[in-house]
Design a protein around this ligand. Sequence first.
Ligand code: P5A
Ligand code: ZN
Length: 481
Amino acid sequence: MGKAPDRSQWAGNFGEWFHRVLSEVPVYDIRYPVKGTGVWTPYGFKIRKEVTDVIREELVKRGHEEVLFPLLIPEYMLKKEAEHIRNFEEQVFWVTHGGTTPLDVKLALRPTSETAIYPMFQLWINAYSDLPVKIFQIVSVFRYETKATKPMIRVREVSTFKEAHTAHATREEAEMQVKEGVEIYSRIFERLGIPFVKSVRPDWDKFPGAEYSVAFDTVMPDGKVLQIGTVHFLGQGFSKAFDIKYMKADGGYENVWQTCYGISERVIAALISVHGDDHGLVLPSRVAPIQVVVIPIVYKGREDEILRACVGVAEELEKAGFRVKLDDRKEETPGSKYFTWELKGVPVRVELGPRDFDKGTAVLVRRDSLEKVTVERTSLVEEVKSLLERIDLDLKERAKKWLDEQIVKKEDLEDAKKVLESRGGIVELNWCGNVGCGQDLEAKLDARVLGIPYEDSRNPEGSCVNCNSKANMIIRVARSY
Ligand code: P5A
Ligand code: ZN
């Protein structure tokens, strides 16, 4: 990794930067010999664990319960909802044999779990009092992606697929659940400092089987947009296909109304990319496997007292609840230790040498800006605590500011194209709302329609950028992963 923490240098070689960070830290090893898979290393797994804990916390706080469904789905179940299978058919991995014996019923490796979970909903849901059902699981799903695979971003084994599935008595309750899903995801991304925009996907790009899909997108350092999560309103499509009904007060039966929402390791890819710099990872404290590293600056003759002081500092920080590492390796210079922990994204480094020892101070260095401050040993715990909070806030604000700068409104198709070609990001345009016009727009701009802003009351003035008829809404377009 290069010299100063500079984000501007990525634009040309973000892909290379991302691969290098993953392999040098290391976070995720892509040398496993199956295309579209990767290995979470011990350090990468720790980051992944912290991220999934944040996800779990937010879901559980709002009444979701964790479950675990089988990986295998019999062919007849996968095929029950027509729209769903039509879209996933080309992406399904199949298990066809048990040993050398062909199976009577082919088994799919789940590409997502609607068709595994909803037959069980049919058994579990009978009465109004069984509702709502709000469950989630964090599992591997398999999709035979045919576009170029990318570590964590487009994988064939999605190893960190969090899927939530809910069932409700009424359309209104299910639509409220969509709102709650959107709030939960907003909260998760905010805690990770990942900026986002929310868009209602156009009809031609919604989840197979959904009435509508709300998607979260972020902009990666190369200007390309990454979909980091989606919340789907499923209506009664699946509940009719899977015959999921409850008995109403009047004795009649009604199909349940459903939602589902999912995020994957793309969240971790975004986390790494939006905060990282030329020195490597920059991690918000909540997900940093090590939050504070203590480095003794030893001088001849004073090794023992410095080392002892550092052990004391590390213990004190650990007692205060921080995840701490004391790097007391004798064979490494302080400079090479800085390099190591900067690469790994440890938010705060404590340096303690003879001069600090004599003065009763210590030096704190922030990973994000590499700024140094000298603090009193006696107030070290409070200083570290407030510095971590400041770092998290600054990371979040910096990333948010950057994303805001990537969103521009254009009144003209040519201008939009220029922006998309030169710097990427998200372009907002006035649009008529016509499907044919939207798809024409995608072809002309060689870009994807992200959709219309979610819960946004802006009303466009003027005419559609593409067909000149009256504009009815604002549409977002981008080049995407
Ligand atoms: C919602 C959960 C679903 O599958 N069923 C259950 C719904 N939606 S989705 O949009 O298809 O996927 C949810 C999120 O998963 C991420 N994702 C992927 N990440 C890495 N590699 C892939 N191949 C991949 N496919 C989907 C996206 O972030 C998506 O929003
Ligand atoms: Zn139009």
